[in-house]
Design a protein. Structure first.
Length: 160
């Protein structure tokens, strides 16, 4: 009951920060969702080094469209489509969404985790955020230090 190493000690989930991210907002900013046929290249960098590239084409017709993705992962060529839909927010404009190729749900971002071959939603790849895994760790370590200081009879404020 709350003792040393209590709780789940298994492996942690992959975080979205570890994944390649394809954002509908970013693609829209590049003009990929304008009417007609568009093509482009997305690349991910770590500093100056390009760590991944993806070629895409979009075919937009009104409020819907299709996104074709082409890339290599682990030496394997991947080529598939993702449906694009839009909604009209109450404040105006148009918001674009992907339909996840795995779960068929409407999402704003698609992720490619390490070891996966297909972009999918956070739910499809069972991803979490780094902040969720670290949540409360600072407070817990602070409480632990305070308890240790009290047991040793030291003034907690004087400890570093």
């Amino acid at each position: 009951m709350g003792g040393y190493k209590s709780g789940f000690q298994g492996t942690k989930k992959t975080t979205v920060q570890e994944c390649l991210t394809l954002s509908s907002k970013n693609l829209n900013g590049l003009g990929a969702f304008e009417l007609g046929w568009r093509e482009g290249l997305c690349s991910w960098r770590r500093g100056e080094e390009v760590i991944a590239e993806l070629e895409y084409n979009t075919s937009m017709f009104g409020e819907k469209g299709t996104l074709w993705l082409r890339y290599y992962v682990d030496g394997k060529f991947m080529y598939y489509t993702v449906t694009i839909v839009s909604t009209v927010p109450h404040y105006g404009g148009r918001r674009w969404w992907f339909i996840c190729p795995i779960t068929k749900s409407r999402v704003g971002k698609l992720y490619l985790p390490p070891g996966a071959t297909q972009f999918g939603s956070r739910k499809a790849h069972d991803l979490t955020y780094r902040s969720c895994q670290e949540s409360g760790s600072r407070e817990r370590s602070e409480r632990f230090r305070r308890k240790v200081a009290l047991r040793l009879g030291a003034d907690y404020a004087g400890l570093c």
